[in-house]
Ligand binder design. Structure first.
Ligand code: DGJ
Length: 729
């Protein structure tokens, strides 16, 4: 899949469907040549024209047409005449930032080597992928930059990351180190991003690229609900099904920067990496620094094509552990029903009722640990509150299991309250400057996870509860962003390393817990989808998608999330009405139809349901169990966007192609009661499908090409769930 063409001085990464090509020019600059649909060769038919242009400096004084400022590059430096966004900036011992990393050599490795201490995609067999390592060397410092490229045999994705090796005699300071940089030709692109906020995560934003740069970033200590470390470029006419897409997603959960920069003479530069605002790294002689990785996806089949590659890669080769391929339990979470006023009696009665309705897991959310009566105290002290749980958590978990459901529990391990035994005994364990009182958020402080003692404490504290309770599920929350970046543990010259060291510390804690408790299903959360990113999925194969459980809002949030992440990674719960975030009243049916887009859960006091509602919930659970394999492990298609339309819809097709689920939603009633048609995807046009509700049969061709209409009613917030089974013969 990877070859070096000596005649062209070019590298080809090619799996028969996509080609990625770059060359080595002049004394060792890497020229981006092509990333797209498979080519037999790439000999430069679309290469930009080079002229002697104003203000363009020339590394080869004999060739005024050649300038780094106009060359499409793979990993551009700074201070050498490319005045666009640099991929790296290295400060040398003399305080200068002038380096010249030039091509030195390459090697090709089978499979994909792991990234030590970092989340990454992986292979199970070496023949699933091949990896190219290209070495760039700087003659003055003796340092090397190694560019890693992995191409997958069965997926249209390329993973890139960068390693820096200080082979010199003096320390280097890494100031900026993008995980990838790529210059694409042309200037007629749309840019899609997933921005948002707490309660409205991952809203799709699309606009034409014009001159200038677009910078997406987070300096919050988390990938954040505000931005997603993802850049998607498309042709202007690309839609869900057709057209070209180039996407980059960062497999990292901390601060990031994404850059999209139009060149003055055309061409667009795309970069993604750690945010230079909060990143810096002191690299001593002999040391190596490994950046997190980026996934680059090319699709010829529009945005759904792009999502299918991300979905397969993330579900099968990023998520790990026994839960990767299993269906996920239907859970009941205590939070929206009881917030902090939870106790043993409530838990046991909820668990009993949950079991009667067919649910499989009871999750004890916030409020269970000593002295935690509100959000102003107790974070860090991970022992049960003796008043609320007089018989201890072990007995509670046992009781929950006896009631007929598994036991799961909430933690927010990265945090500490002033009013906690942990803070009182380790005031130096928080992130802060010694000169100012740290800024509080939700009344809490952030622990300094760069400190191995803090990491070890967390592993032991969480392990103790998991061992005592035998919990089969953990919800791992993070409810504030990081301010006052300062560590009592790190020396002065390493303070700028804190943000990345925090992430490395967190990943180490999660890795150890994964190893100690391989059977536990971890669900990530950061006040909802505030850290719903590819990095976290490596340790926790599902994430709570949003604290906003309003069915109408969820349509948009889940739609945006599905651009990158498959339904099996999304926690989707039915909650009480009026919704606690929006005050909106939607029917139980529509709340279920919205939650059907991911891993189903309930988050309400189910003891207060009327007998009719109980019967409806029971039926929903029965339906979900029958469809769970399809919804969670099938192929998901976005059909009609809830962002742009009053009506929206999606469908999913089971792995064996036999079951199809289609959900249609109408937000506001249409006085004209017009019919909306969605065109299903992924069906066999030659096959026949029987609709479960009425037994009527349709051809796959009809459902896809003529479409499926809804049944307009005089009501707001309505939904239709259509289930089809392929008919034999
Ligand atoms: C924020 C989460 O998103 C909620 O689901 C809940 O767990 C609360 N934190 C608890 O404090």
């Amino acid at each position: 899949m990877i070859r070096f063409d000596a005649q062209e001085n070019a590298f080809y990464l090619d799996n028969g469907r996509i080609t990625y090509c770059f060359g080595v020019v002049k004394e060792g600059y890497l020229e981006s040549r092509y990333f797209g649909r498979h080519l037999r060769r790439c000999q430069g038919s679309a290469r930009p024209a080079y002229f002697d242009r104003g203000f363009c400096s020339n590394p080869d004084s004999q060739d005024k047409r050649f300038s780094l400022d106009t060359l499409p590059q793979e990993y551009p430096g700074m201070n050498q005449g490319d005045f666009r966004s640099p991929a790296y900036a290295v400060e040398t011992a003399d305080g200068r930032r002038v380096t010249r990393f030039l091509y030195q050599g390459y090697e090709i490795l089978p499979g994909k080597p792991p990234l030590p201490g970092l989340p990454a995609t992986y292979v199970e067999q070496p023949q699933e992928a091949q990896t190219l390592v290209v070495r760039l060397a700087d003659a003055h410092t003796g340092a090397q930059i190694q560019l890693f490229y992995t191409i997958f045999r069965d997926l249209d994705a390329i993973c890139r990351h960068v390693e820096v090796v200080n082979g010199g005699r003096e320390a280097l300071w890494l100031e900026r180190l993008m995980a990838m940089s790529l210059d694409l030709p042309g200037n007629n692109y749309d840019l899609l991003t997933l921005s948002g906020s707490h309660l409205m995560e991952k809203v799709v934003s699309r606009r034409p690229l014009t001159a200038d740069s677009v910078v997406l970033d987070s300096c919050r200590g988390a990938s954040s609900p505000q931005q997603t470390p993802c850049v998607v470029l498309t042709d202007p006419q690309t839609d869900e099904t057709h057209g070209r897409v180039w996407a980059v997603n960062f497999v990292y959960s901390g601060d990031f920067q994404g850059v999209v920069q139009m060149g003055q003479y055309g061409g667009v530069r795309v970069q993604m990496g750690m945010n230079p605002l909060t990143f810096g790294w002191n690299l001593e002689p002999g040391q190596r620094f490994v950046s997190p990785e980026c996934v680059l996806v090319y699709s010829q089949q529009g945005l759904n094509g792009m999502s299918h590659t991300f979905h397969r890669l993330y579900a099968q080769r990023l998520c790990r552990g026994p839960w990767r391929d299993r269906v996920r339990p239907i859970l009941l979470n205590s939070w929206e029903a009881f917030t902090f006023s939870i106790d043993e009696e409530k838990c046991l009665s909820l668990a009993k009722q949950a079991a009667q309705l067919g649910m499989e897991l009871f999750v004890l959310d916030d409020g269970w640990f000593k002295n935690r009566m509100d959000d102003r105290r107790a974070l860090g002290d991970w022992v049960a509150d003796p008043v609320k749980f007089p018989h201890g958590l072990g007995r509670l978990a046992q009781g929950v299991r006896e009631a007929g459901v598994e036991f799961g529990i909430w933690f927010e391990p990265e945090m500490v309250s002033y009013d906690s035994d942990l803070y009182r005994s380790h005031p130096d364990w928080v992130i802060r400057s010694p000169y100012y009182d740290p800024v509080l958020s939700r009344s809490q402080l952030v622990l300094d996870l760069s400190n191995p003692a803090v990491q070890d404490y967390l592993v032991e504290a969480v392990s103790a509860v998991l061992t005592e309770t035998g919990a089969s599920y953990v919800k791992w929350d993070m409810n504030r962003h990081i301010t006052d970046l300062g560590s009592a543990w790190l020396p002065a010259r390493r303070q700028r390393e804190l943000s990345h060291r925090y992430m490395l510390g967190l990943y180490r804690v999660l890795e150890q817990l994964n190893q100690r408790f391989p059977q536990v299903l971890f669900e990530g959360c950061s006040s909802g989808g505030g850290r719903f990113d590819a990095g976290m999925l490596h340790y926790m194969p599902q994430t709570w998608t949003s604290d906003n459980t309003d069915a109408v809002c969820r349509l948009q949030i889940q739609w945006g999330t599905s651009l990158l992440f498959p339904p099996v990674t999304m926690g989707c719960h039915v909650s009480a009405v009026p919704n606690h975030q929006t005050g909106r009243v939607t029917s139980l049916q529509t709340r279920f139809a919205a939650a059907l887009g991911g891993n189903l859960g309930y988050e309400m006091d189910i003891r207060t349901l009327t007998p009719e509602e109980q019967a409806e919930v029971k039926e929903q659970i029965r339906t979900y169990k029958a469809l769970r394999e399809t919804v969670q492990h099938g192929t998901f298609y976005r059909l009609l966007s809830p962002q742009r339309h009053n009506d929206s819809g999606w469908n999913v097709v089971s792995q064996d192609g036999n079951t199809v689920v289609c959900c249609q939603y109408r937000v506001l009633a249409d006085p004209l009661r017009r019919t909306t048609v969605v065109h299903l995807q992924g069906l066999d046009p030659e096959a026949t499908y029987r609709r479960q509700a009425d037994g009527v049969c349709f051809g796959g061709d009809e459902l896809m090409y003529a479409g499926l209409s809804d049944a307009p009613v005089r009501q707001d917030f309505v939904s239709v769930i259509s289930i089809f089974q392929k008919v034999e013969g």
